[in-house]
Design a protein around this ligand. Structure first.
Ligand code: C2E
Ligand code: CA
Ligand code: CA
Length: 596
């Protein structure tokens, strides 16, 4: 109840207390003002206080702090009473100054960046903010905050430059290129009849150069390529390095398709001249894929993809350059993205070798494994080789696939040998790789790299790919044979090869195609074919391997026919390296040297 006791003297005391409090508040307020005042004075930022615009009379400077004087090199006395022209906004930014005045007359805050001039005449980048100070709805003052952002702008500009350019060649990078491409498309889209050309280019033997001479050498080559491209470009074109040995050219204004072709030919010509690096003379070709806006696609993404496919077509045909073609991709939109993805899959190591045992029929011992690739696709899951090898062959990517596979497999082979398991490996080489003159050299290099005796490697080539160009195949196969690598004809029976060819070829093994093997227990015709191939192979002094053995009946039949080797799901499916080891330990099939 004590709170309700309000005696007069108590009230007097209260009002006295109020007075005390009010005095204290006022003291604090003026103290705060003084503090604020000196803070404003010493702030490194420029601060100016202006009177408001009244009718026709514009705003006038009433106060500036030290920061302002330092920033502009003006004396305070020279500034007071001046119009905002004293902010030094340069003539060429007149619109900014006009807008400033308009905002002030309308009583609205203003924010802008402009180039400004100091008393000395030098220029700097000014960040200017104007805020009205109101009292009872009336603007009583304007406070201007001014900052010199020259340094910050430079930093932003240089960071942007760094982020948008390739460190090695100083050319624009993919980011900047795509920006320029989108911009050119947007511009061309506004006018009918305007064309834009996008060219993607990739050096033909760059990987070999890198492998043979080292990365520094490769870098030097890329720089020279960039230099030549820059030198032959026309004003307005954008040349970029997209990564690795991939370059791109954007022609934002194009007369016709012929002009793009001419440009591509010019680029190819400049690159055909030999390069001289560290006193080595080097010849590097290139392949160019071209896509045109609007004819070949409505946006940058589509054009890039199509130019990419066209580039592989050019590589494949060895035609130098190639335009996007509807039929090349139309039926398989899916394939198209796969091609693009396969390129990075190779680099990211998404291709995994699986190993399927080949067993010696008389002893049940595993003599070797066949390498069968799998693609661990991050979205589509594991893909079988039939879904990407033909694609890789069509686009020329098969070379990289083969290179990567060989290295992975021989590394595995080395690891097995180091563990005391001398497992032989058989790899599949496709028709296109067989036509690659560099193949024997690559195999040799990989064998040496992993110190693998060539006899541990068998190369399986399908009968049909040999028949595609028998004399060439014979040359490459002979070379491989002389290196000590073993050779096998795959899918035998499906390729209509003449028996004379089989006799001429330096091969060690014939593999009966699985379609005959799978049919032999139910079809007399298939059984007869299998028997014939086994006899034929033996008469020519070759080993015979049956693939696709899915049951014991087939195994027994083959064994009775004298077939040497067998491979199939009944014994073992293709599996990753670590599972192969478990399989070897767990099953009754054995590994020759492990069991001893
Ligand atoms: P291929 O060389 O004829 O390989 C044998 C195929 O038969 C493999 O299919 C294998 O998994 C499968 N197979 C093995 N045993 C049986 C069986 O008992 N029953 C049945 N139904 N199938 C069996 P996969 O792994 O799908 O490979 C398909 C083809 O892809 C291979 O045929 C080969 O031509 C190609 N390939 C695989 N890896 C590579 C590679 O690294 N490079 C190249 N160029 N081609 C490869
Ligand atoms: Ca094979
Ligand atoms: Ca086969």
């Amino acid at each position: 109840m004590a709170t309700s006791l309000r005696t007069p003297w108590r009230a007097a005391l209260d009002s006295d207390g109020d007075l005390q409090r009010k005095l204290a508040e006022q003291r604090m307020h003026s103290e705060q003002l003084r503090l604020l005042g000196s803070a404003v004075h010493v702030a490194s930022e420029g601060i100016a206080i202006m009177t408001p615009a009244v009718e026709a009379v514009g705003p006038r400077i009433a106060f500036v702090n030290d920061g302002f004087c330092v920033m502009y090199g003006h004396r305070r006395d020279d500034v007071i009473g001046q119009t905002p022209e004293i902010f030094g906004i340069v003539q060429r930014n007149q619109v900014i100054y006009d807008s400033l005045l308009q905002h002030v007359f309308e009583g609205r805050p203003f924010d802008a960046e402009s180039t400004a001039r100091r008393a000395s005449g030098t220029e700097f980048e000014l960040d200017l903010r104007l805020v009205p100070v109101e009292n009872d709805g009336q603007v009583t003052h304007w406070v201007a905050f001014l900052r010199d952002v020259t340094e910050a702008r430079h930093q932003v500009a240089s960071l942007r430059h760094q982020a948008m350019h390739d460190g090695l060649t100083a050319l624009p990078n993919r980011l900047l290129f795509i920006e320029a491409l989108e911009e050119a498309i947007a511009k061309a889209g506004e006018q009918t009849g305007m064309m834009v050309a996008l060219m993607l280019m990739d050096l033909d033997r760059f990987k070999d150069v890198n492998d043979t001479f080292g990365h520094q050498f490769g870098d030097a080559l890329l720089k020279q390529v960039a230099f030549r491209l820059q030198n032959q470009k026309t004003e307005g074109d954008v040349i970029a390095r997209l990564g690795g040995d991939e370059f791109a050219v954007l022609i934002p204004v194009l007369a016709d398709q012929q002009a793009a072709a001419n440009s591509a030919r010019r680029i190819l010509n400049t690159l055909e001249q030999p390069f001289v690096i560290e006193r080595q003379v080097l010849e590097v070709g290139a392949s160019i894929g071209i896509a045109l806006f609007p004819e070949h696609g409505p946006d940058g993404r589509t054009l890039l993809r199509r130019a990419d496919v066209a580039m592989y077509a050019a590589k494949q045909k060895q035609s130098g350059y190639s335009f996007h073609q509807e039929d090349r991709e139309a039926p398989h939109g899916d394939d198209l993205s796969l091609i693009v993805e396969l390129r990075s899959a190779i680099e990211r190591g998404e291709l995994t070798p699986y190993y399927q045992p080949k067993l010696h029929m008389r002893t049940g011992i595993m003599t070797r494994v066949e390498v069968l690739l799998r693609w661990d696709h991050p979205v589509r899951g594991q893909l079988p080789p039939t879904s990407f090898i033909p694609l890789a062959e069509r686009t020329g990517l098969i070379r990289s696939v083969t290179d990567v596979m060989l290295n992975q497999v021989l590394a595995q082979c080395r690891a097995w040998q180091d563990e005391g398991a001398p497992i032989h490996v058989a790899v599949n080489i496709s028709a296109r790789s067989l036509l690659d003159q560099a193949l024997p050299g690559k195999i040799q290099a990989a064998l040496e790299r992993w110190s693998i005796d060539p006899r541990f490697l068998k190369v399986e080539i399908t009968e049909s790919s040999i028949m595609a160009d028998p004399s060439h195949a014979l040359a490459i196969l002979s070379m491989l044979q002389s290196m000590g690598v073993r050779l096998s004809v795959d899918d035998f029976g499906t390729g209509y090869s003449s028996l004379t060819h089989l006799r001429e070829l330096p091969i060690d093994e014939v593999k009966i195609d699985k379609s005959f093997v799978q049919g032999m227990s139910t079809s007399d015709a298939d059984a007869a074919i299998v028997r014939t191939i086994i006899d034929l192979g033996h008469n020519l002094g070759k080993q015979v391997c049956a693939e696709g053995v899915e049951d014991q009946v087939t195994w027994n039949m083959l064994r009775d026919l004298g077939c040497d080797l067998a491979q199939g799901f009944w014994m073992a499916r293709p599996m990753p390296a670590h599972e192969l080891m478990e399989w070897l330990v767990e099953t009754s099939w054995g590994l020759q040297l492990l069991k001893r």
